[in-house]
Design a protein around this ligand. Structure first.
Ligand code: MN
Length: 166
């Protein structure tokens, strides 16, 4: 929802209103619904200046939610701002908590999940010009699921039904 321009808005310092909320920053859906599987996650574009070649976004995953399992050419540089969760990066699942840094390389499968009892909020730095994420196909999922820990971790279109139960 676009706010009308505020003549008193400070363009230099936008104040934190609460953890993960800022003045003049719109809380948006993570992605358009139906495009790819995800749950209970929002997106905020913190810095997207035309003369920067990067964007800094803030994502917040509610307890039990998850980002889309995807890969792409562009890298992610992630800083966990609050909460706890786990992330799959490549072929490993990592516990992550406040102030941890996560590097996600090119063409690397990745998915973030918030813990059951905790939201997970993180900053994510990306190139402004970037390729579209690629979703796993059946063969990719078979490869990922060869590891039982990854099979149990990942959330895909086919696992949505069971999300509430494990
Ligand atoms: Mn990504």
């Amino acid at each position: 929802m676009a706010e009308p321009p505020n003549p008193d808005a400070d363009p230099v310092v936008r104040r934190a209103l609460a953890p993960g909320r800022w003045e003049q920053v719109e809380v948006m859906p993570y992605k358009d619904a139906g495009q790819a599987p995800f749950r209970d996650i929002s997106r905020q574009l913190l810095f997207a200046e035309a003369d920067l070649t990067a964007e800094l976004r803030y994502f917040e995953i509610d307890a039990g939610g998850y980002s889309t399992l995807e890969r792409h050419r562009h890298r992610h540089a992630v800083l966990v701002l609050h909460g706890r969760g786990r992330c799959l990066v490549g072929d490993r699942i990592h516990d992550v908590a406040e102030h941890d840094l996560v590097s996600i390389g090119a063409d690397t499968w990745h998915q973030f999940r918030a813990d059951r009892g905790s939201a997970l909020g993180f900053l994510c730095l990306v190139n402004r010009e970037r390729d579209r994420p690629q979703l796993p196909e059946a063969a990719d999922l078979a490869t990922l699921r060869a590891d039982p820990a990854i099979a149990a971790f990942i959330r895909t279109a086919g696992t949505a039904e069971t999300d509430r139960h494990d």
